[in-house]
Design a protein around this ligand. Structure first.
Ligand code: AMP
Ligand code: MN
Ligand code: MN
Ligand code: MN
Length: 278
């Protein structure tokens, strides 16, 4: 029987595993179709191709994906692109653009933190990111290592999370731009973890309407660490807007007990799975 996980991260963004370690874990967990969807980068896919990685063809199918950071109505919204051509001009342009924005953003956050009396975290965070995309998790980890906070969670709660000093607004391209990049790369745009954005139901419906108008085709109905009832709510949205349904754990790290690779609630029966479009 097929088992899908269409949202996961490696070291090339804020995950802890290499691409091959992630794939090995996926095989171990009986996953037959895994999408690697790092934040604003496709390096994992390029590296696998470069090394002619053999996916043990019968065991697992690797779907080329990405998770773009976008902006909608002053809010950060993540859009996953599935089944994209990672060598397309569109993805190359998009990744170059996002990489620049991430580098600028880490400097802006560092400056804001120095104004609060912290040392400059720029180099430390970049070092932790290595040759992957730098993000707030690297800043949080560096702050922890330097003893500036007592945990990564505390770094987010006090300094980096929504509404805090390190939450820089208006950084990312519009939702429409990101959907266009994905579609131009032959992919399927998917709203990531739709229940995680703090907004009213009315506002969520507006987001879905704009996403649909922009050419978006699916939403994550089943995400990791999702409370009961959300999948059913998202299934209704699928029905209303004609979206397909995606499923994904949003796996980052085997040490996070609350999100396991391949673990998410069951897809409601009436949903049309996104893989019908692959
Ligand atoms: P960024 O891509 O730099 O905007 O950082 C967002 C990432 O930070 C998300 O993809 C999560 O992996 C992680 N994250 C968000 N909130 C928290 C939190 N409260 N604690 C730990 N990690 C978080
Ligand atoms: Mn992440
Ligand atoms: Mn996300
Ligand atoms: Mn993610």
């Amino acid at each position: 029987m097929n088992k899908y996980d269409l949202h996961s991260h490696t070291k090339f963004s804020d995950g802890s595993l290499s691409a091959t370690e992630l794939i090995d874990l996926a095989i171990e967990r009986g996953i037959t179709h895994l999408a690697i969807t790092d934040h604003d980068t496709v390096k994992a896919h390029l590296q696998l191709a470069e090394n002619n990685y053999c996916f043990e063809a019968d065991k697992i199918c690797i779907i080329k994906g990405i998770e773009f950071s976008s902006q909608w109505n002053n809010m950060g919204v993540h859009i996953v692109g599935l089944n994209i051509d990672v060598n397309s001009t569109s993805i190359k342009t998009a990744v170059a653009h996002q990489t620049q924005l991430r580098l600028q953003r880490v400097k802006t956050i560092a400056k804001k933190l120095t104004q609060r009396g912290f040392p400059d975290i720029t180099q430390g965070a970049m070092k932790l990111a290595g040759d992957g995309q730098v993000g707030r998790p690297h800043i949080a980890q560096y702050m922890l290592e330097e003893g500036l906070v007592s945990s990564v969670g505390q770094a987010f709660n006090k300094y980096l999370g929504a509404g805090k000093v390190g939450d820089i607004s208006n950084v990312w391209p519009d939702l429409e731009q990101v959907v266009e990049w994905i579609n131009a790369a032959g992919g399927i745009a998917v709203v990531a973890h739709p229940s995680r954005y703090k907004m009213t139901r009315t506002k969520r419906r507006r987001l879905m309407a704009d996403f649909s108008d922009a050419g978006g085709q699916a939403i994550e109905v089943c995400a990791g660490n999702q409370v009961p009832g959300v999948a059913e709510e998202m299934a209704i949205i699928c029905d209303e807007f004609g979206f397909h349904a995606s499923v994904g754990s949003d796996f980052h790290n085997p040490d996070y007990q609350w999100v396991k690779l391949g673990q998410y609630p069951q897809l409601p029966k009436l949903c049309r799975p996104v893989w019908e479009l692959f």
